[in-house]
Design a protein around this ligand. Structure first.
Ligand code: FAD
Length: 202
């Protein structure tokens, strides 16, 4: 709150700039990206009424039928996952995503992809991270064979910790990465999976 106004900060131009916006009219309505804020801790003595409005006009033409979880991969939903493993063109082909899925299963991560991988038909579009895909803010993002184009960064640069594995030391993703490994992902992924398995079994 700034005085009695609600002011929000939102990314524009694919995350290159942040703009501050306020509402011209009431009621103020805002939507939040998943994982951007931690749930507020309950504070003793402070309560707030939660109103659940039921908009009448759309309800007349829309009906909630059922919510279906995507069970095709058995992995967490991309936008909600605390850890995301992402594969780009460096994965070389759709058949190689099994090594990312193996790693993801061990650490409880979702598997995402770059647009190059999606355009090549290696992964369905719902797994695309970036400007024309999903925006994610996980605690940990691990990118394998992703160069870090600005349009990809637009969808994941707010991740809390970014790890990049790329055999090109000049890859732009290293500019935003907290940890970088210059190596062949086909050596690193199985080694990480084995190491995490050992650690988590302890
Ligand atoms: C309007 C517009 C919207 C776009 N929207 C999106 C979007 O939403 N999301 C998105 O991702 N992109 C988007 N793009 C595309 C974007 O510009 C890039 O082309 C794309 O992100 C590149 O994908 P990539 O990093 O997988 O492939 P590349 O740029 O080809 O990078 C592949 C990387 O893999 C590395 N590599 C290769 N083999 C190995 C190996 N064995 N081990 C380790 N590393 C290896 C290479 O060194 C390279 O850095 C958009 C583009 C436009 C113009």
């Amino acid at each position: 709150m700034e005085g009695d106004r609600l002011v929000a900060t939102r990314p524009i131009y694919a995350g290159k700039l942040l703009s501050k916006v306020a509402w011209a009219k009431e009621p103020w309505v805002a939507t939040l990206r998943p994982n951007v804020f931690r749930p507020a801790e309950a504070q003793p003595g402070r309560t707030a009424a939660v109103e659940r409005p039921s908009p009448s006009a759309p309800a007349a033409i829309m009906k909630f039928v059922e919510r279906r979880e995507d069970v095709s991969t058995g992995l967490p939903e991309l936008a909600e996952a605390e850890t995301v493993v992402s594969g780009g063109r460096g994965m070389k082909g759709p058949e190689n995503y099994v090594i990312l899925e193996d790693l993801a299963r061990v650490i409880g991560a979702a598997v995402g992809a770059s647009r190059a991988a999606v355009d090549a038909g290696w992964r369905p579009h719902r797994f695309q991270i970036g400007q024309t895909g999903r925006t994610i803010s996980p605690k940990l993002y691990l990118g394998f064979g992703v160069s870090g184009a600005i349009q990809h960064l637009a969808g994941m640069r707010t991740s809390k910790v970014i790890v990049a594995v790329n055999k090109d030391p000049e890859a732009p993703i290293f500019k935003v990465a907290d940890y970088g490994i210059v190596a062949d992902l086909f050596e690193v992924v199985p080694a990480l999976t084995a190491e995490f398995k050992k650690l988590l079994e302890k």
